[in-house]
Ligand binder design. Sequence first.
Ligand code: MOS
Length: 732
Amino acid sequence: MQFDKPATTNPIDRLKVVGKPIHRIDGELKTTGRAIYAYEWHDPNMRYAYGYPVGSAIAKGHVTSIDSVAANNAPGVLGVVTTLDVGDLQKGKLNTAKLFGGSEIQHYHQAVAVVVAETFEQARAAAHLVQVEYAPEKGRFDLRVELVNAGAPDPSTEPESSAGDFQTAFAAAPVTLDAEYTTPDQSHSMMEPHASIAAWNGDEVTIWTSSQMIDWWRTDLATTLGVDKEKVHLMSPFIGGGFGGKLFLRADAVLAAFAAKSVGRPVKVALPRPMMMNNTTHRPATIQRIRIGAEKDGRITAIAHESWSGDLLGGGPETAVMQTRLLYAGANRMTAMKLAVLDLPEGNAMRAPGEAPGLMALEIAIDEMAETLGMDPIAFRITNDTQVDPENPERPFSQRDLIGCLKLGATKFGWDEREKPATRREGDWMIGIGVAAAFRNNLVMPSGARVKLDRNGVVTVETDMTDIGTGSYTIIAQTAAEMMGVAMDKVAVHLGDSRFPVSAGSGGQFGANSATSGVYAACVKLREAVASKLGFNSADVVFDNGEARSGNRVIALAEAAGEDGLVGEDTMEWGDLTKTHQQSTFGAHFVEVGVDIATGETRIRRMLAVCAAGRILNPITARSQVIGAMTMGAGGALSEELAVDTRHGFFVNHDLAGYEVPVHADIPHQEVIFMDETDPYSSPMKAKGIGELGLCGVSAAIANAIYNATGVRVRHYPITLDKLIGGLPEVA
Ligand code: MOS
C-alpha cells in the first residue's frame, strides 16, 4: 500500500482498541522471567559452548601476532578464533568501524579474538591467556585539537543550510547572543548487553541476538560472513533496550558465527559490560556555537547554529543542528557542521541523534536570549513560533502545537511561581524551575507484515519488527484487533524473526507509526480476502465483534476463515507527504530542581512533559517511553560522560560504576501529558513518534532550572557540582 494522500476516516478511527490504555501483552512474560532474551535461548538438544571476546589493547595500529597456545591448553577450551585467522572480512554497509577480521586496529577494544570453552568461566579465564602483540600508531583522540588541526574550524563557509543573509542581519541586530556549548560522548548503556548465539546447520546459520533492525543485521552479517543472505536466519523477539546501540550489526554476532563454525557447536557470545563502551558505538561529543540576533521586541532576525563533532574516517557528523533549521522563525539563518577524524570508537546514533545534543545547546541559548531581552522564556518561544518551515516557507508543518504544549505545561507546572535567579530558598536548597521546547522530526520507513486468520477466529501478526521495550507487541495487537474487529485476546503477535516480512524496525522513533501502518496495510489485504471469500463487497463490509457484516448478512470470522484460514500480506510504502509537509513532533519540558547551596549537588524535584505527537496509540506504553526518555535526559544533564583518555584513545569509565546513569533515587515525580492530536499526513494511523521526542530538550530544561536556582549558567554538560560551586553564594 502506498500512503500518498492525507488519511481520511478509516477503521482505526473507531478507537475501540487503538488509543486505549492497554497493558503490555508481553508484560506477564517479562515480569515472570519467561520472555527469552538473546543469551538465554536454550534448546535441550543443543550442546552450547561459550565464547568470550578479547578486545584490542590499542586504539590504532596493527596486530602483529597472536599467541593462543596457552589459551587453547586451558581447561575446557574448545578453540580460539583470532582476527588474524579469519583474515580481512568485507564490512557490512552500515558499520563504519570494522567488527572483526584482519590485522588493522581502528579503535580500542575492537574484537581481536574469541575464546570458546565448555563453560563461560573457562572461556573467560582462558581469554586472559591470549597474548596479542601490536604495532601501535599515533592516533587522533582529542576533538578540539583535531578541529584546530583541520584548519580554521569555521564551518560557516560551507553552510549545511541557509536562508537570507545571516551575517548582515546578525551584525545589525540590537540584541545578540554568541555562545559555545559542549556535550560529551555518551554511552547507550542499555540493560541487556549485546549478545548472540550462533548455530550452523550445514551452510545455514541461525543467530539468536539482540537487534533493533533484523533486516539490516541480516544483510550485513551475510556480507561479513561471505554467505548468501538467504542462508542467514536472525531471531530477536525480546530486547532489553537498545537506544540506537543495536541498530547496526555488532561484534557479538560475528564472533558467535565464526566461533560456532570453528568448534562445530552452537556458541553463545555476550560482550562483557566493560567492553561495551569501547567496542560498540556511542553518541559523539559536540562543540556547538550558537548565534542569535533579535529585535528588542523579541523577534528573532538572525539565527545560526554550528556543530563540530568527530568520528572515525568514513563516519558522519552528529547532526546537532537539525532542529535549528525548523524550530524557530527568523528570516536570516544558517546551520553548519564540521567533522574531525578521530580514532576513538565509532560515533553513531543514540536516541534522538542530532536533536538530543542539539537541543541541549539550543534551548539553553534560547533561555539566555530571553533573559537578555528581559522576556519570559515561554513568551520568547511563542513570539518566534512558525507554522511553516522557516527555510522553505511554502512548506507548512503537517501539525505543530508547540505553543499549546508550552501554555498547557506552564499552567499545570505552576510556571507563574518562577522567581528571579538565585532567589528561592528552602533550607540548604536553592530552588529553580526551567523550561525547554522539545522537537524531533517524524520519520517514516517502509514496513511489512503478514496477518493470518484461522478457523478459531484468531488473528496472528507476523513481522520482523522488534520490541526494544517500547511496546511494539501491544500496539501491533491493538492495530490488528481494531482493523479486524476482534478482541485483543483473539490476536497473537510474533516479532523479530527474519522469516517474517521486513518491517521498519525500531529506530529514529519511526517504529510505532511505521510498523502499525504496515500491519494496517496487511489487514486491509486480509479484510479483502475475507470479503472476497464471503462474496461481500469489500467497500461496505464491517468488521466488528469477531464478525464480518454486509447488509443483513453476518458471518463469524472463524467461519469465514474455514479450515485453511486466510492470509493478508503487504508493505506500507510512503509517498511525498513528508516532502510537501514538514512532519515533526513537539513538546515542552518543565523541571524543578534544588541545588545544595554548600555542595552544589543538584536534585531534580519535579518533571513534566507535554507532548504533541499525533495520535497516541496507547497512552500507557507512550507514557513509559516519555518517562524513560526524561530519565535519560536527567542523566545527560547531570552525570553521563564518557571520559576520553586523549593519550591512548579510549573511554576510561567503561562500565556502569564509572559511567553514571540515573537510578530510581535520582528521579522524582514525573508527569506526562499528551495533546489530543491526530495527524492525517503521517499515516493511516495518524500517529507519530514519541520515544525520542521525550528526550529532546530535557537536559536543557534541567540546565535552565539550575540557572534559575543558582544564577550560575553552565554551558558544558554534564552539569556536575564542580561547575557550579564556584558561583554559589559565599555564605550559605
Ligand atoms: Mo534510534 S538512535 O534510531 O535507535
